[in-house]
Design a protein around this ligand. Structure first.
Ligand code: SF4
Ligand code: SF4
Length: 517
């Protein structure tokens, strides 16, 4: 049954109550799963198997606006992914000059002018919140626009399908060849295709590991087999996953494996743009010849000529005329295909188009359509993005190049010396995020008659403990704080540790306690 049949149902049955709502919903969505009574055991819908084997999809080449957008996104995203590790960024003599580097041995993440330390991993939390909110906002505005254009699975599958088309020919040629018995030519084409896919997959895995070490050096080491085993292992794993996911599994990842279609289906609303078939215009569908006959007999015929071009170009094999479908990644290629058909037969384009559920209903009622981008959820998502972005920008621009952390000894918490003085021990970590060696003077405030000693440390000419920390390094020292001050029983006095570097205006402090008997 097709959406055209739905109009027939609504005219003939004229249901009321909840059934009327179902019919209304189906009219909006174009689904055909409506009954007006006990279900027929012979009904195809109720007898569909729970599992059907995958039918291989041969997506047909298409040109048009959305295809061009997809090409642009593919070139930009893959260009960034493959070549970014080779971009250099001068940070001075004591730091790597790779613009984007995840330095596990040095425990740093470098992103152009930003350097994230392990203690600042909260930036990652901010980034994850930003990514989630951006995805939600995209979904609220234009449905699965992420899936259709930006998702790595979509981008790599698109690339693999393009290579396949170059080698095996477009849909018709490829279909015919697959039906023929194996020949030398068919085997050679298949071998070339899989070799090309493996090369792309191998380069994809290779590019990934380049983000974890100096890229030019690692390339040289990989080529001369001097790279660490883990680099070869990860290239192997990513070659296998890319080849399998983009070459073999393709749309099955989107339909069966990815959770996002289910999540976005719960998040979306009737104001979000989605790829829709305008059944109000297209139905009842009829070939050009059949439409002419229908018109002769004074019967209506819709704009859809049932040419199936929209289905043939679909990378997931969906017939969008059946209504919203979890398999539809909303890439817009069926819009391009249908527009080409409509242009050819001299009818208005956008029989398939990006539209909202509300607009479909409005059109049905002869009311004007509109698109509301400013709604509670888009404003909320945008506000959260702006807020988190502002907090992260503030934190990044005002972060200090020095930091100090202190851990009080757990056992013993204090020691009484032979002269009656009380001593507490601490582990002090000093972080020097600058790219020069710094000498930090350590002071402790909050106690009178106090002596501060750094084990193995030096002293300044004025007698204060001095700790040298190398460029872009952390140093841990053991510090003993001793006081002759008279303490109350079970005293716990607040202390402040202050470190002052030898660069102008560089200091950091942290609070702790001094414990007495
Ligand atoms: S139905 Fe159209 S928009 Fe959806 S995946 Fe297929 S081609 Fe893309
Ligand atoms: S491409 Fe357009 S005209 Fe052809 S079947 Fe699809 S919706 Fe109908």
């Amino acid at each position: 049954m097709c959406p055209g049949d739905i109009s027939a149902i609504t005219t003939a049955v004229q249901p009321s109550g909840p059934l009327a709502d179902l019919v209304e919903d189906a009219k909006c969505t174009g689904t055909n799963q409506i009954t007006d009574g006990p279900h027929d055991p012979n009904d195809e819908f109720y007898n569909e198997p729970l599992y059907t084997a995958r039918a291989k999809i041969y997506p047909q080449h298409v040109t048009g606006t959305f295809r061009r957008v997809k090409w642009a996104v593919l070139f930009v995203t893959l260009g960034i992914y493959y070549f970014l590790p080779f971009v250099r960024w001068d940070r001075g003599p004591n730091a790597p000059n790779q613009a984007v580097l995840i330095d596990f041995p040095g425990r740093r993440f470098y992103f152009f002018f930003i350097e994230i330390w392990p203690q600042e991993v909260y930036y990652l939390t901010g980034l994850l919140i930003l990514a989630a909110m951006t995805l939600f906002l995209m979904n609220a505005v234009a449905g699965r626009v992420w899936c259709g254009y930006l998702c790595p699975q979509t981008v790599w599958t698109d690339l693999f399908v393009t290579v396949e088309r170059w080698i095996e020919g477009d849909r018709r040629e490829h279909l015919l060849r697959d039906q023929q018995p194996w020949s030398f030519e068919r085997a050679a084409r298949a071998a070339l295709k899989h070799f090309s896919w493996l090369m792309i997959a191998w380069w994809t895995g290779g590019a990934w590991v380049l983000y974890f070490a100096d890229a030019p050096t690692l390339v040289k080491n990989l080529a001369t087999f001097h790279a660490p085993f883990v680099a070869y292992a990860f290239i192997g794993i990513l070659t296998f996953t890319t080849y399998t996911l983009a070459g073999w599994m393709r749309e099955q990842v989107c339909v069966y494996m990815c959770p996002w279609p289910r999540i976005q289906a719960a998040l979306t609303d009737e104001d979000a743009l989605n790829v829709c078939y305008r059944y109000d215009r297209g139905e009842p569908r009829a070939s050009l010849k059949k439409a002419a006959v229908l018109h002769e007999h004074g019967q209506p015929a819709g704009d859809c000529i049932d040419c199936l071009q929209c289905v043939h170009v679909c990378p997931t094999g969906v017939d969008i005329r059946g209504g919203p479908n979890l398999g539809c990644i909303q890439c817009g290629l069926c819009i391009d295909a249908c527009d080409a058909v409509m242009t050819k037969i001299g009818r208005a384009t956008r029989l398939i188009t990006y539209d909202t559920d509300i607009n479909i209903r409005q059109r049905e009622q002869g009311k004007p359509t509109s698109f509301r981008i400013v709604r509670a959820r888009t404003v909320l998502y945008a506000a959260i993005i702006a807020l988190v972005g502002a907090v992260m920008t503030y934190a990044l621009t005002t972060r200090r190049a020095e930091a100090v952390n202190v851990i009080h000894d757990r056992n013993p918490q204090f020691v009484r010396l032979s002269d009656g003085a009380i001593r507490n021990g601490y582990s002090v970590h000093i972080l020097n995020k600058t790219l020069e060696t710094q000498k930090f003077v350590l002071k402790v405030t909050g106690l009178s008659d106090v002596d501060v000693e750094v084990i193995g440390g030096e002293r300044s000419p004025t007698g204060e403990p001095v700790i040298e920390v190398g460029p872009d390094q952390t140093r841990q020292v053991r510090v003993l704080v001793t006081t002759h001050q008279r303490l109350e029983p079970e005293a716990s006095l607040p202390l402040t540790f202050i470190v002052t570097g030898d660069r102008a205006g560089t200091s950091a402090s942290v609070a702790d306690h001094f414990l007495g008997p």
